[in-house]
Every structure is written in structure tokens, then in C-alpha cells.
Design a protein around this ligand. Structure first.
Ligand code: DOR
Ligand code: ZN
Ligand code: ZN
Length: 426
């Protein structure tokens, strides 16, 4: 099976400057990358004129609800949504039911993805504590054997600092990193949205930025004390960014992600009382949003992750304060963040770095197009204008606040292991 991608702008920042060229794919691998034209007998040809050709993107933070809540998302639909979003790899969080805190669950997930999936790679992030209860440590060694690529209790922080210390040490002895959902649950308890002028205006209990920052500071201090790396999930505030900048300058091995929604919306949007704007951490202030854009630009934020959190319409179609937090993100991430390229806030190379940094953070294969390497390739049409329509999602869930948004930039084709797993129907 041969595939020839021609005339596209190959944006492959790890390998050097971008150029217009061609890529030949044979039997799942990239066999040739060339400037200008290539020919190949019997190859399916894709004309990528005007398109950006990048290494397959990775989403380092998604929630597929399998096992346990398959009506929201299952592994197969999650992988389809990923493909439609331009992702050839995803890292799944462990808050399934049962939690991914045992070898059976992790093997179920990896086997289902490998046997029945579309070819998009699934990398499980396993639980730090049993049942995500924050009490006793999960069997981290076993989970690593089962295929865990990192350890996290995402959805919740580890409140007990002594457990955090042991988790970080134990995980590191298996070559795994602790991934932190940074939140002070004493401060966020009962909160519905960011604590601000708008929370007062809308009459909702606030979640203060300082709660996230307290937790970020603790994780970074612990990483510094132990000399171990830590990854901070979904950074949403300027205060957290200032702390991360401080600890990075101290040489602490801290990496950080933010999500497209924190770059696109603010707490003001919650005024619609649309429960699809409810997310944890919450949408923050315009000042926070601007600080995040600056951090994405400067490299202080290492990666974009969607925190794809599918919820059923039935669960979201309730009063704001009883609705679960989370929004789907896989199928809207590329156009939302591509806006920063159109607005000249970031370069297209930086865009690709942000969407491939997860490979480096977790030590996974990918993130660069190389001859002889796996053919994981994403084609993006930067100029295509369209309207986000939740009814077109591959995901089982439609909980997005971006329905009806006009965007510019679309995933045109996703190739995973040489196989086309998504093509956009214009
Ligand atoms: O909004 C969120 N949704 N934040 C989380 O931390 C968990 C996630 C979920 O699992 O729904
Ligand atoms: Zn989280
Ligand atoms: Zn999450």
C-alpha cells in the first residue's frame, strides 16, 4: 500500500525548517521525504497544495469513558473523534469505572484499542491511588507492566502530601511521571465557576485562582525536593503560570499543558448559563486568558491538551450547579488554536510543537516525520472556513460550548501508521 502526499508545506520543526515537498508512505512507514515533487508508481496520491503537513498530533489528556460510562464515550468512538481532530495518539485518564488502577482495566483498554480501534494509538495514564480515592497507592509497578505511560488521579488532586511524595517516588522508580490535576478542593468546594466579578454578577459560587496555584506550588516544591519531574494539567491562571516560570527558572523539571478552551473563552461566557461552559478548572478571566496566550507563545506552556471530557446530554441538561464539569475537545482543538496562528500570535511551527510536545513529555515515539519512521501524519487546511457543528462529531457526546462558532482552519486528513483514519468531507 503506497500513499504519496504532494505539494504540501511540510512543517516538521524537530527536523528543521518548513518547506514545500512530498512524502511517500509505504507499508505504514515513511520511506521518502523530499523537497518539491516525488513520483511513485501505483501510489494513491493526495494533493496537499495549500495544506500544512505535520507529524501526527498527540492529545496527552483525554477522558474516554470506557469501561463504565460507555454511553458518554467508548474507546472506539473516542479514537474516531481523535482521528477527526487530527490526533494519531491520545493519552487516556484513569477516571473510568472501575478506575484504571488495576492491570485488568489497563489491559482491557489497550487491547480494545489495538484490536478494534482505528489505528490511532491509545496510551493509558493509570491511577495514582486505588479507586482514585487519594488514600492508598495504586499498584504502580503492575500498571507500568500493563502499559501505563504516566500516573495521575486526574479529576482530583492528591490531597495527602505524604501520599503525593510516595507516588512520585514510586512512579519514578518505574520510569513514570506523576501528572497533576492541581486544585485545592477545600477552596473549590461548591464552586461553579471562576471567582470574579462575573461570578458575583451571575450569582454563582466562585472557584478562586489561588486554589489552583496552591496546588501547583506544592507539586513543584515536591518535584524540586525529590529531584523528580512533574507534569501540570490544564493550567488555567496567570498565578499558576508565574509559579511555573519561577520553578522552571530554578531548574525544576516541570512541564505544563493548557487546553484550547482556556485560550478561547473566559468566565464571562458562563453568563449564558449553558452547562457546557462548566469545566474544571473553570474558564478564567480575560487577564488569565491573555497570560496563557503569552505562555503558549513563549514556551512556558509546553503543550496543548484538550481534556476531552464527554458527558451525556441528559447529564448536562440540568441546573448549572448539579451539572458535571467537562467539555469535549478533540474535534475542535485544531481550529480553535489555529486562530492564534491566523492572529500572528504564534508561528505554525510553534503550533505543531504545542500539539506534539506530549510525545517528548511522556517519552513516546512520534512527533517528527522521518524516513523509516511510523507514518503518523496530519494534514491541515489552514484557510478553510467552517462552522462547528456538534451534530457532526464522531464523539458520542456533544457537550461543547463552541457549537455554531465560525472558525478558520480544518483537519483535512489524518494518517495513523500509514492508514488514512480520517478525511474531511468538504
Ligand atoms: O472538567 C473536567 N472534567 N475536569 C476534570 O478534571 C475531570 C473531567 C471529567 O472527567 O469529566
Ligand atoms: Zn483534571
Ligand atoms: Zn482531565
Amino acid at each position: 500500500m503506497k500513499l504519496l502526499i504532494k505539494n504540501g508545506t511540510i512543517v516538521n520543526p524537530k527536523a528543521g525548517k518548513s518547506f514545500v515537498g512530498s512524502i511517500l508512505v509505504e507499508n505504514g512507514k515513511i520511506t521518502k521525504i523530499a523537497k518539491g515533487d516525488l513520483t511513485a508508481d501505483g501510489a494513491e496520491t493526495v494533493n496537499a497544495a495549500g495544506m500544512i503537513v505535520t507529524p501526527g498530533l498527540i492529545d496527552l489528556h483525554v477522558h474516554f469513558r470506557d469501561p463504565g460510562f460507555e454511553e458518554k464515550e467508548d474507546i472506539l468512538t473516542g479514537l474516531e473523534a481523535a482521528a477527526a481532530g487530527g490526533f494519531t495518539a491520545v493519552c487516556t485518564m484513569p477516571n473510568t469505572s472501575p478506575a484504571c488502577d488495576n492491570i485488568g482495566t489497563i489491559e482491557y483498554q489497550t487491547k480494545k484499542a489495538a484490536k478494534q480501534g482505528n489505528g490511532v494509538r491509545l496510551y493509558p495514564i493509570a491511577a495514582a491511588s486505588k479507586g482514585l480515592k487519594g488514600e492508598t497507592m495504586a499498584p504502580i509497578g503492575e500498571l507500568k507492566e500493563g502499559g501505563a505511560i504516566a500516573i495521575s488521579d486526574d479529576g482530583k488532586p492528591i490531597t495527602d502530601s505524604s501520599l503525593l511524595q510516595r507516588v512520585m517516588q514510586y512512579a519514578s522508580s518505574f520510569g513514570l511521571m506523576y501528572v497533576s490535576h492541581s486544585e485545592d478542593t477545600y477552596l473549590s468546594k461548591g464552586g461553579q465557576m471562576n471567582e470574579s466579578y462575573f461570578s458575583t454578577l451571575y450569582g454563582m459560587q466562585g472557584i478562586p485562582a489561588v486554589g489552583e496555584a496552591l496546588s501547583v506550588a506544592r507539586e513543584c516544591l515536591m518535584a524540586q525536593y525529590l529531584g523528580l519531574p512533574v507534569h501540570i494539567c490544564h493550567v488555567s491562571t496567570k498565578m499558576s503560570l508565574d509559579l511555573i516560570a519561577y520553578f522552571k527558572a530554578q531548574g525544576v523539571k516541570v512541564t505544563a499543558e493548557t487546553a484550547p478552551h482556556y485560550l478561547s473563552l473566559t468566565d464571562e461566557a458562563v453568563g449564558s448559563y449553558d452547562t457546557n461552559t462548566k469545566v474544571n478548572p473553570p474558564l478564567r478571566s480575560e487577564e488569565d486568558r491573555q497570560a496563557l496566550i503569552a505562555a503558549v507563545k513563549s514556551g512556558l506552556i509546553d503543550a496543548i491538551a484538550t481534556d476531552h471530557a464527554p458527558h451525556h446530554e441528559r447529564d448536562k441538561n440540568v441546573e448549572f450547579n448539579t451539572a458535571p464539569s467537562g467539555m469535549v475537545g478533540l474535534e475542535t482543538a485544531v481550529p480553535l488554536v489555529y486562530k492564534l496562528v491566523h492572529d500572528k500570535q504564534i508561528t505554525i511551527e510553534r503550533f505543531v510543537e504545542l500539539f506534539t510536545a506530549g510525545y517528548g513529555i511522556f517519552g513516546l515515539e512520534g512527533g517528527v516525520l522521518t524516513e523509516g519512521g511510523r507514518a503518523d501524519i496530519t494534514l491541515i487546511d489552514p484557510e478553510y472556513q467552517w462552522t462547528i457543528d456538534k451534530n457532526m462529531f464522531r464523539s458520542k457526546s456533544r457537550n461543547t460550548p463552541f457549537h455554531g462558532f465560525h472558525v478558520k482552519g480544518a483537519v483535512f486528513r489524518t494518517i495513523a501508521g500509514g492508514k488514512t483514519v480520517f478525511t474531511r468531507a468538504y
